[in-house]
Design a binder for this molecule. Sequence first.
Ligand SMILES: NC(=O)c1ccc[n+]([C@@H]2O[C@H](COP(=O)([O-])OP(=O)(O)OC[C@H]3O[C@@H](n4cnc5c(N)ncnc54)[C@H](O)[C@@H]3O)[C@@H](O)[C@H]2O)c1
Ligand SMILES: O=C(O)C(=O)C[C@]1(C(=O)O)C=C[C@@H](O)C=C1
Length: 302
Amino acid sequence: MLPFARVTIIGLGLIGSSIARAVRQHMPTVRVTGHDADPDVRARAEALGFLDDVADTAGASVIDADLVILCVPVGAMGAAAAAIAADLPHDAIVSDVGGSKASVIEALRTALPQATIVPGHPVAGTEHSGPEAGFASLFHGRWCILTPTDDAPEAAVVRLRAFWEALGANVEIMDPRHHDLVLAITSHVPHLIAYTIVGTASDLEEVTRSEVIKYSAGGFRDFTRIAASDPTMWRDVFLNNREAVLEILQRFSEDLTALQRAIRWGDGDTLFDLFSRTRAIRRGIIEQGQDDSRPDFGRAHE
Ligand SMILES: NC(=O)c1ccc[n+]([C@@H]2O[C@H](COP(=O)([O-])OP(=O)(O)OC[C@H]3O[C@@H](n4cnc5c(N)ncnc54)[C@H](O)[C@@H]3O)[C@@H](O)[C@H]2O)c1
Ligand SMILES: O=C(O)C(=O)C[C@]1(C(=O)O)C=C[C@@H](O)C=C1
């Protein structure tokens, strides 16, 4: 039996449109309704045809939903939740896909005090955004972390787990604060480092004017992919996961200082030992089948 019959997606960008496409592929009888605050995005989503209905207002989009997933930037979660409050059916489950969890849970709880809320985060994405960027296989073999609070009914968590598993994801349950710390090191700080290195290179104007473009087939190119990620989404992630990001950054800058010292004093053993350890980590990731460096990754491949 399907976990839900009528799913509403609010926010029709990369993640929202990927969920809609994946539902259509894996659960074709489920009706998917969508809404986006931007009328241009609504029109593009309608033309792309991955939804059964596009609603002009948030309220109209949820009127008979049994699952509502908020797929907007984390700083907009509170406003998106407030916009559905008056029309949300009392037995609907509300979820989200935000990249940080503690502050999103607070915003959703404040806007929807009576609702059944099961927050989520599919750990899968690309540097692209908008409804054209989504694709149905985005969640295949990837983690989706659910961070239910203690008062969430077990039955709601079980249904949402079944939903994500039907889209091909592996589901893990995590405490929201632990999620925010783990994602700070695995996703948020790596993005900050990429934004910094590309920004630094572009500030060194006489180098970048031609050389950066000319020689960017190397390591720098990988940083530019990450640094091309959506500015609104990432601004919101850093403002909403401030404590965990600052804690990890403190540790990172201490480790960077240690490397600086090793280079200054010609301590090759320290450098070699670290680089050997990190190479083993990369090889472990590939052995587990989680290598994203295949050339087609991040492109629509439905
Ligand atoms: N991009 C990724 O790699 C990735 C991965 C996992 C989770 N996430 C999370 O998914 C969420 C969406 O990210 P995305 O990459 O799909 O972004 P996106 O920019 O592609 O799409 C976001 C959409 O939300 C709409 N929107 C903004 N405020 C709204 C509101 N109040 N009501 C209705 N619509 C609104 C925008 O118009 C836009 O179309 C973010 O919370 C992000 O943290 C992103
Ligand atoms: O692959 C990418 O481009 C991503 O940045 C995806 C990524 C990540 O850091 O792994 C980005 C943000 C998320 O919330 C989840 C996944």
